[in-house]
Design a protein around this ligand. Sequence first.
Ligand code: MOS
Length: 708
Amino acid sequence: MENKILKKAANTDGLSRIDGRMKVTGRAKYSAEYDIKGVTYGVLAGSTITSGNIKTIDTKAAENAPGVLAVITYLNAPKIPGYQDPQQGKGALKIFYDDKVYFNGQPIALVIADTFERALFAASLVKATYTTAPFQTDLRANLTNGVASGKDYLRGQAEAYKMAPVKIEQEYLIPTDVHNPMELHAIIAKWDADDKLTVYDKTQGIKSTQRNIANTFKLNPDNVHVLSPFVGGAFGAALRTWPHEIAAVLAAKVVKKPVKLVLSRADMFTSVGYRPHTWQKIGLGATADGKLVGITHLAAGQTSVYENFTEGVVNISQLMYACPNVNTQYKLVSLNVNTPTPMRGPGEATGAFALESAMDELAYELNMDPIEFRLRNYAETDPQSGKPYSSKFLSDAYKLGADAIGWNKRNPKPGMVTENGWLSGYGMAAGMFGAYRSSATVVARLLANGTLDIETAVTDIGPGTGTAMTTIASEVMGIPADKVNFKLGDSAMPPSPTQGGSSITSTVGSAVNDACAALKDKLKELSGNAEGGSSGYAQILQQHNLPQVEVSVTSKGNPEMSKYAGYSWSVHFMKVLVHPTTGVVKIDKALSVADCGTVVSHKTARSQMIGGTIMGTGMGLMEEALIDHRYGRPVNNNFADYHVPVQADIPQVEALFVNKPDPYLNPMGAKGMGEIATIGVAAAIANAVFNAKGKRIRDLPITPDKVM
Ligand code: MOS
């Protein structure tokens, strides 16, 4: 397959974000911002215990408060049909289902009132008494209660690292990190008839939300209209349909009016998942000349008591390096917390912190440059499946990044370089993530005025999907980008997958590519091979007296791909400054390099890559959701105490791309890049801190107390 398109886009700055102006001027409407006639407001009240049963709920005061229309609890909630199916074992949290409390802050009541303020006040009047049960919220204290999830992995010999002449064995911890997108999760639910519903909802999956709500309320999916044209960040938090969404739909039925429900920032810590607190142990052994002999990677991540959440924490150790002996084990520890959910680079971001820190540690033991050590163990074929890669240009990325950051200026000996009284150091780490493509359907419609409508039910959580799709359509059709209207975010549109797993440009981009190619063929047929371009196309329609020409194309993965292992790769470089007496770590320079195939939309790709580096910096240096384990209650569930990086935390950050096409995955030659932007960043920081100060921090975030 030849990469025919987008060369131009990749080599120039490309399109500016097509919806950027709407976003910064406030004209882009997010889920909570729709002006719906007669809308009422829902506010959730949460449990004040961490485990047990509700004994009594007193809702009288709330019901009598001004403006209150209803207070819903498990005692009076209408039966949700989808909840009545008997379920085996653990499952998603059912809201207002019974008296059970599994975690602190679990919603126990929903107050609906005529204004938000009145609902908020009345929610504070809901009082419950409980029968309390013992609870556990501390992963570290419960590591011995881990239960193996899935089969242990073994390639070659287990624990082979122990026999290697040079080895390390270390434990690594990451705390709970919370997605905390700028936009709070929000839904407006409006019943249009007894069996027909419209929701304006923050979601990554238009069609999945439609399916989930239809299943839960036993409706025909066509009767559930989901709208989500703008999403203010999500990072995985909006991959699922959460209990608060079901609650809003239920409440709208109860009060027979539209209900708007916006989570509070505190709710974001207990209602929409997080990257789970995870313990890892890595054993790594090599020959004296730096060939890996064995990798052993054990991990235990937290989940809730009512549901198992698993992610590929240890997978990266099976995949990243050419190593003959690898064994991994992954366990889950059930705690009285809400269920985790995928967060950018799910599994791999956690695993890469451990593996890529360990690789740096072993490089020091070997007295070898960490890039050289990685190159000596470079996998030329996929070590797990034995398949060739569809494309891999990771070695180009190492070189590009090392040159750009000035890696040759790095003094390998820690603690040797100072700048204005600060210790200075360089670190690097790599990342990888599967390159995927699934099925999407796109309608491409040329109008008589020469403009092109492209429609599909995808969302854009921030990467710039509309901009990338517009770029592809414009290139394939040979018409200017401002003649393309990319429409998304509506379940009435043809199906697209959920935006996640770094797969949307690959999947939907292919469908846009194929739909535009089919439309072009159709127009060629009509015109007897006349030339295109938007004025040319308009002429064809006029000549044939057609108001529009439309095609609908479903594009699936390339079957050839099954012969190959498809991955995107990244390398992150960090130059940090560490204050010798206070332990403060400052990022001086951050640089991430991606092998994500052809770059489809250069400006938005750069922005997404930089965003991932910044998110990884939060993981590395500051983010940590804390629970007071005496009470099982979150203590820093707000933006004042839970720190995310801001502009001042990262003065210089840049992204570079290898920009070589993957020949098999899709017609654009693109792979994914949303996840690899974050995977490995935290390890690069830890490695740079070691280079600067000689102190190895294996417990994120790297706060000054640990550096001291
Ligand atoms: Mo993501 S964790 O692919 O939304």
